[in-house]
Design a protein around this ligand. Structure first.
Ligand code: SAM
Ligand code: SF4
Ligand code: F3S
Length: 516
């Protein structure tokens, strides 16, 4: 386990403002939250302004070439902050300017090579060194430069406590880390190391602590949460103890803890009374178990009532030949059968997925199988990407033979097709009432222009999400702050990306409403 270093001195010269620039997935977003919380324990405050920052951390993502490029260009832009009259290149900066660190999956892979190109960078660290960040900053403050901390944590157990800054209604909770799947295209097993899970008891205590602080919605995080519990002896009382799916027995094994057990344990823990919603991301179809599907059933039929009616289950391709080359170890028929079963148990479930187009040797016909899959499943949302070879992966040894123009055309075609599907599914919600967890004021307040004079004068557009993860915007003219409240909203309009609605006023609803 990585120890935090909160006992380090807070020196007068210690940087007071930190800017963390985050790229990549929810893992990195959660890691940034943790870094900010650890640094706050040393008196550092977050800032959005690079010019006023004493410490700049770039939390980079290496999943695709473009993502790496974004992090490295951002790093390049910070060079100017280290330049002085005596050192116009910023090559020998000593303590001039902010401390600059490169972390996340980009830091893990780079291992310090980048110092040659970016001498103004102070240190590099990987995701397993996050808890050491205050200590690393302290080393940089004492004048050490160009050091690297990318050792994977070698201990078998994974133990951590979620840290949140301030009061929030939503929290990410890491339940496992790493990935053992080694899909042929993917860099993540190399950046995040081997799978390790926290224990059910530790996660329960952690979530109970968050609920006591006001958290009402949690997202359980891991690259493949369906592998949760692998290696943890099963001493817990909650069933089931062995997992299966259409392909056969799936991991973790009997005698080990598992993900459905964790969901039931959270649902049944009396300390979670005020917790409204449990989300999770991501899982892999190979380990997606019947027992997890059963958690989506109505409570009377043994389901987990707090489980959001939403599932993000990456499929990557609609073609069995491409899936096999991707090393996904499941067939598209299995996936479709799993989704069918899920929809039977939970007809309102909202589905999303990840897709890659232009994988080596993907033909036009195989791409069209992926397009067809969208019609079959009827996703609410997809995350689609053009294949990007990642050095060191098995797919990188295959010829990247689909030209960029073809990849981009396929990507656009897929996204356009999905927009049409989403337009229809979203429009079918108009007229329904839904419960919405309000996240904050919408960035775009244009909806006010369509309202009455009173609305335009005093109205504000709020935004939130339903249990099935649909974005809902609504106008309210009162001065009330709805952040973190569950409110009932009547849906009055839709686009292919979001819903609009009218607030149904019910002063008692916030703590007593039944979730939609
Ligand atoms: N663990 C999750 C899973 O198994 O789906 C997330 C993996 S990754 C962080 C998020 C998505 O990026 C993947 O699902 C995949 O669609 C995409 N991706 C990963 N490697 C890629 C690559 N080399 N080129 C293009 N997209 C990639
Ligand atoms: Fe990457 Fe596959 Fe692991 Fe997901 S399951 S992180 S796509 S190797
Ligand atoms: Fe990127 Fe690392 Fe996440 S490579 S997608 S930040 S696990």
């Amino acid at each position: 386990m990585n120890e935090t270093t909160t006992d380090l001195p807070v020196s007068p010269t210690h940087p007071k403002k930190v800017l963390i620039k985050t790229f990549g997935c929810q893992m990195n977003v959660a890691d940034t939250d943790r870094m900010l919380a650890l640094l706050a324990e040393r008196g550092m405050e977050p800032t959005e302004e690079a010019k006023e920052a004493d410490l700049i951390v770039i939390n980079g993502c290496s999943v695709r070439d473009k993502a790496v490029h974004k992090a490295v260009s951002y790093l390049g832009e910070q060079r100017i902050l280290k330049k002085t009259a005596a050192d116009p290149n910023g090559d020998n900066v000593g303590r001039t300017g902010p401390i600059i660190a490169l972390g996340g999956c980009v830091g893990q892979l780079d291992k310090g090579e980048i110092f040659k190109r970016a001498p103004y960078l102070d240190f590099v660290f990987g995701p397993d060194a996050i808890d050491q960040l205050p200590e690393l900053v302290h080393r940089a403050e004492r004048g050490q430069r160009h050091f690297v901390q990318v050792e994977f944590d070698k201990t078998l157990a994974y133990s951590t406590q979620t840290k949140v800054v301030g009061s929030k209604a939503q929290a990410f909770v890491n339940i496992m880390k790493g990935c053992d799947k080694y899909c042929t295209y993917c860099i993540v097993p190399f950046t995040r190391g081997r799978e390790k899970s926290r224990t059910i008891h530790e996660v329960l205590d952690d979530v109970a602590g968050l609920v006591a602080k006001g958290v009402r919605e949690i997202t359980l995080l891991g690259q493949n949460v369906n592998s949760f519990g692998k290696g943890n002896p099963n001493t817990h009382e909650f069933q089931p103890k062995e997992l299966h799916n259409i392909i056969g027995k799936v991991g973790p094994r009997a005698g080990e803890e598992n993900f459905p057990q964790l969901l039931y344990a959270i649902e049944n823990d009396p300390r979670m009374e005020k917790l409204k919603l449990i989300r999770f991301t991501s899982s892999h179809p190979l380990d997606f178990s019947d027992e997890l599907i059963a958690c989506y059933a109505p409570k009377e039929q043994g389901g987990v009532s707090k489980l959001a009616r939403q599932l993000h289950l990456p499929v990557q391709s609609g073609s069995n030949r491409v899936l096999s080359k991707m090393g996904r170890h499941h067939q598209i028929e299995n996936y479709i059968a799993q989704m069918k079963r899920l929809k039977e148990l939970c007809p309102d479930v909202s589905l999303s997925t990840d897709l890659i187009v232009g994988f080596p040797t993907e033909t036009e016909e195989e791409f069209l199988e992926t397009v067809k899959l969208l019609d079959v499943i009827q996703y609410d949302n997809i995350y689609a990407f053009a294949y990007s070879p990642r050095p060191g992966t098995r797919a990188a040894k295959m010829e990247d033979d689909v030209p960029d123009e073809v990849k981009n055309r396929r990507l656009n075609q897929l996204l356009q097709h999905q927009l049409k599907i989403a337009e229809t599914t979203y429009a079918s919600r108009v007229g329904q009432s839904m419960d919405v967890l309000v996240e904050g004021m919408a960035k775009n307040q244009n909806m006010l222009k369509q309202g009455t004079d009173a609305t335009r004068e005093t109205g504000r557009v709020w935004t939130g999400r339903t249990s099935c993860n649909r974005v809902v915007n609504f106008i309210d003219t009162s001065a009330r702050n709805y952040i973190g409240q569950f409110l009932r909203v009547k849906i009055t309009g839709s686009t292919s990306l979001s819903l609009t609605g009218e607030l149904i006023h019910d002063p008692n609803f916030a703590e007593s409403g039944v979730l939609q």
